[in-house]
Structure formats: C-alpha cells, structure tokens
Ligand binder design. Structure first.
Ligand code: 5GP
Length: 347
C-alpha cells in the first residue's frame, strides 16, 4: 500500500485569479479553437464543447443544435443503424462522434454504417480505460479507421493518457467518478479529483501533440472555464445539457392553472439500474450499478443554456486577458480555496 500526499483538486477547490489586461469587451475574445489531430492530421475548428454520449443528451437533435454554435456531440450508442446512416449524411455530422463500446454488436453496427456513409469521428467509450483489452481496441480501431478522429477513454493519469495516444487515439477522455449521476466513487472507492486529472493528463497529452477532453463534473459554466484553464482541449457535459427540448428523456409534467406544463426530466447514469434495465435486460449478477437516476429541471431549448455557457467562457477570458481560447491555460493562475487550504496548511 502507498499513499500519495500531494493535494489533488476538484473544480470547487479553486478559483481563477483575475489578471491585468487590455481587453475591454467580451466581444473582443474568440472562444473557438482550431486543432490538428495527432494521427489523422485532420483539422477541426469550433467551440470545443461536447454533449456526453448518454442516451438523454447524446442525441441527433442535440447534435444539430450544438453544430449551430460550432460545438459537438458524442451520440449515444442506441440509435438503429438506419438513423445513423441518415444522420451521417447531414452537415451537422461533421461535429459528431459515433460512439462504440466494447461489445461485438456495437462493432458490427459500426461496420454496417461505415459501409454506407463516412464516419469522420469516433468515440471509444468504456468506464475503465486502464485495461489491456481497451488499449488493443484503440489500436484496432486506429488500424481500421486511419482517417477518423478517435477519442478514447476514460482515464485519469498521465501514463495511461500516453498509452492511449500511442495506441492510436487523437483525444483522450479524462474522468473517473466525477459525473453528476455517477456513483463509482461511492460504490468502488475509485476515482481522482477531476481538475488535477485534467491538468496531469493534458500535460502528458500535449507532450505527444495529442488532446484531452475533460469528461464529467461540470455543474456551472465556471467549472467549464476551470477545465479549459487546467489545459482541457475539449469539455464534455452530461447533466448541464440534460432537461432540454433536444434531449431524449422522459418529461414529467404538473398541472398548473388547468394546463399540463413540463417541470422536469428523468436523467440517469449509463451504468445505473435505469439504463441497464432499459438496454441490457437488468443489472448483471457479477456487477453493481455505478450510476443513479435523478430528475433535472425542464429547461426548454438548449440555445439559452449554450449562450450562458459561452457568455461565461467569454467573460472569464476578459478577466484573465486571453484573446483566444488557446491562450487560456497560459493566462490561468488558480488560487486554492476552502477545504484544500485546510489540507495543505492544516487550517
Ligand atoms: P456530468 O457532465 O453529468 O457531470 O458527467 C457526464 C459523464 O458522466 C459522462 O460523459 C460519463 O463519462 C459519466 N457517466 C455517465 N453515466 C455514468 C454512470 O452510470 N456511471 C459512471 N461512473 N459514470 C457515468
């Protein structure tokens, strides 16, 4: 047994210190970024935000809405092949990841779709990206899809970030346990504070000219800005995008003044009982559910939430004097707050 004593940080443990700058207006900043991907050499530019490949948020309507502001979606795995073929003919699919898990059926469906339409970006998604089998899966996906951008995860440490990039990933997805409907930390005791995970994985990835996507744990726009400040190239959101019209979730209503009005939406982890009952015919005997089911407020079209997020990012950039999103990590100084100070200084 070993204990690491260096403090590790979550978003809530820090704030971004303002810096003197010549910027006077939020409109003077550019929240888009351009990337050239490690293995494909392909270029992409836009607002590097990705809706999570959960069945409520990783939807085709969400992909269309997010593409409208230059952002992205990782589609959930449960669309029938015909829907995917039709969608990957649309312009919005240029900003969309096709998600594949570990099971055979996912790969067969992918092969079927790929025979009919080009699939430019793939998300290889497993709960635990530390297995040898997953590294082999990434290598195989790279071999079979030399021109596709591959995002793979999840991991939380630099060594495994490097391993996935070397195996063929362009973007490594970072986060074990921080998700809003995730119970992995409670059920297994395993996890890593998300901001530190992002900082450490980004450092490892950038050394190899790869990218990272901070996945999970953002609850307010300020968490997204902290992820960018810590070096995240992309940020993935589940809970913050749930509850909108573009989601595919069960809406709960209430009667008000004799009318039925939507008030909330059911949202759940992809390894929750709810998801496993829906897609896998129940929770297998050898495993426990590692996700929970909640109700999030109904919030109408996603457009207003996106504007709020983009407004928060722009404002953060004016506070620290960053003209372009790319400059944000260089201009970011985090100050530790609250509990972490007690840990470090024994307060
Ligand atoms: P959020 O933005 O809601 O905080 O986090 C979204 C992320 O939580 C997803 O992209 C995914 O990585 C993770 N996630 C989704 N469902 C589950 C689950 O059932 N269990 C765990 N451990 N993580 C989940």
């Amino acid at each position: 047994m070993r204990i690491e004593t260096e403090p590790k940080l979550d978003f809530k443990d820090v704030l971004i210190r303002p810096k003197r700058s010549t910027l006077s207006s939020r409109s003077a900043v550019d929240i888009n970024r351009g990337f050239r991907f490690l293995h494909t050499g392909r270029d992409w530019s836009g607002f590097p935000l990705i809706a999570a490949n959960m069945d409520v948020t990783g939807t085709i309507p969400m992909a269309r809405a997010l593409a409208g502001v230059g952002a992205m979606v990782a589609l959930h795995k449960y669309y029938p092949a015909e829907h995917l073929v039709a969608f990957f003919r649309e312009e919005a699919s240029r900003n969309t990841f096709y998600t594949i898990g570990t099971n055979e059926a996912d790969w067969e469906k992918f092969a079927h779709v790929k025979r009919q339409v080009p699939v430019p970006m793939i998300c290889l998604d497993v709960a635990n990206g530390y297995t040898e089998r997953f590294v082999e899966m990434v290598a195989q996906a790279r071999e079979q899809n030399p021109d596709a951008v591959i995002m793979a995860g999840n991991v939380v440490t630099g060594d495994m970030t490097e391993a996935l990039l070397l195996a063929g990933a362009d973007i490594v997805k970072v986060g074990i346990g921080p998700g809003s409907v995730c119970t992995t930390r409670k059920m297994t005791g395993v996890g890593y504070p998300q901001l530190s995970a992002v900082i450490e994985c980004a450092d490892a990835a950038h050394g190899l000219k790869g990218q990272v996507c901070a996945d999970g744990g953002c609850t307010v726009p300020g968490d997204i800005t902290k992820a960018y400040g810590g070096g995240a190239d992309f940020v993935m959101l589940g809970g913050m995008l749930a509850g909108h019209d573009e989601c595919e979730g069960e809406i709960r209503t209430e009667t008000r003044d004799g009318r039925e009005v939507p008030v909330s939406m059911v949202f759940y982890g992809m390894s929750s009982d709810t998801a496993m009952n829906k897609y896998a015919g129940g929770v297998a005997k050898y495993r426990a559910s590692e996700g929970k089911t909640v109700e999030v407020p109904y919030r109408g079209p996603v457009e207003a939430t996106l504007q709020e997020i983009m407004g928060g990012v722009r404002s953060m950039m004016t506070y620290i004097g960053a003209t372009r999103l790319k400059e944000v990590p260089k201009r970011t100084t985090f100050v530790m707050v609250g509990a972490q100070l007690n840990t470090v200084f024994g307060g």
